[in-house]
Design a protein around this ligand. Structure first.
Ligand code: IPM
Ligand code: MG
Length: 350
């Protein structure tokens, strides 16, 4: 039997709850499709940081021996701002060179979108966010006397980093509706011209994929007014962060979204896009939909495409049959939702 080695980082707040809920769906997928995962729990969290358990670069390195990592959420109100993000989130993304942040925007049920008159057919796109470059997580240089300081961080893009993310997006678009939109701000941030160059250079290898390019402000407007015009969006780290929350909102809220931090062919990290939501922790009311979606993305990465489709199908079926009533906290009990999806995976109802 095929065995995949998984590391599981439940993290903070609702993270551990939604992760174990999602793992019960994974159990069902394993039984139905005949594979096995060997799971190792890692106690990494912002709360751990407060207890003196700091995650260092040396601790990230050994994770290369796993096939995938499932992450819940990292964040604690008492942790110094930016510290757990730096150590754990950017530590994983940069440390493991997970250059793709894949964020599918899927509307599971017509009732979930705040956009009037839109249905599941209108909202089905994927954001490919560059995950290792940009101004993100860069050191800050501070100069000048108190009261008259200047702070500075560098925004960096490399040809290699730009072309590899654009290529990934083209390959994805080729498997979907063959439409790729570059989102940048190359009129004001002139260095982002490198993305236009990459789109043209790599695009030559994909004559079957239609491309266009949009400034990020306009893209936000189009996402709200005409989400149906998008298939795959490729964008920078900073803009991808912002646009993906807007995308998630269009699909019903942060609770709906899943993401993969991916280096194709290497260990990659899968997580719901919501945060640790401390006020809902420990009550069993957090929605596991994002975490279950993360399991589906992880299965795809592990080469278990049938299982990935079954989990995704079971989520959709759950909404269709009204067994899943929403993606916000309190729209259902965490484990009730997970068991309903797991049952559907097991029975092949999807
Ligand atoms: C995300 C999050 C992170 C990011 C934060 C927690 C640093 O917002 O995954 O989108 O900005 O990348
Ligand atoms: Mg974000």
């Amino acid at each position: 039997m095929k065995t995949h080695r998984l590391a599981v980082i439940g993290g903070d707040g609702i993270g551990p709850e939604v992760t174990s809920a999602a793992l019960s769906v994974l159990d069902a997928a394993e039984r139905r499709f005949g594979f096995h995962t060997e799971r190792t729990a890692l106690e990494w969290s912002a709360e751990g940081y407060l207890r003196g358990l700091k995650v260092t670069a040396e601790m990230i390195e050994p994770l290369r021996s796993y096939d995938a990592i499932l992450l819940g959420a990292i964040g604690h109100p008492d942790a110094p701002r930016g510290q757990p993000e730096h150590d754990i989130i950017f530590g994983l993304r940069r440390g493991l060179d997970l250059y793709v942040n894949l964020r599918p925007i899927v509307l599971y049920h017509d009732s979930l979108t705040p956009l009037r008159g839109r249905t599941t057919k209108d909202i089905d796109l994927t954001i490919v966010r560059e995950n290792t470059e940009d101004v993100y997580g860069r050191p800050v240089e501070r100069s000048g006397p108190p009261g008259d300081e200047t702070v500075k961080s560098e925004m960096i893009f490399t040809r290699r980093g730009t072309e590899r993310i654009v290529r990934y997006a083209f390959e994805l678009a080729r498997r979907r509706r063959k439409k790729l939109t570059l989102v940048d701000k190359s009129n004001a941030l002139r260095l982002q011209e490198i993305y236009r160059e990459a789109l043209a250079a790599v695009g030559a290898e994909f004559p079957d994929v239609e491309t266009d390019a949009m400034y990020v402000d306009a893209a936000c407007m189009w996402l709200v007014l005409h989400p149906e015009r998008f298939d795959v969006i490729v964008t920078t780290n900073l803009f991808g962060d912002i646009v993906s929350d807007l995308g998630a909102a269009v699909a019903g809220g942060l609770g709906s979204g899943a993401s993969g931090n991916i280096h194709p062919g290497r260990v990659s990290v899968f997580e719901p896009i919501h945060g640790s939501a401390p006020k809902y922790a420990g009550q069993g009311v957090a929605s596991p939909v994002g975490a279950i979606g993360a399991v589906a993305l992880m299965l795809e990465h592990l080469g278990q495409a049938d299982a990935a489709r079954a989990v995704d199908g079971a989520l959709r079926e759950g909404f269709r049959a009204d067994r899943i009533k929403g993606v916000d906290a309190g729209s259902g009990r965490t484990m009730d939702v997970a068991y309903a999806v797991a049952r559907s995976v097991r029975e092949g109802a999807a």
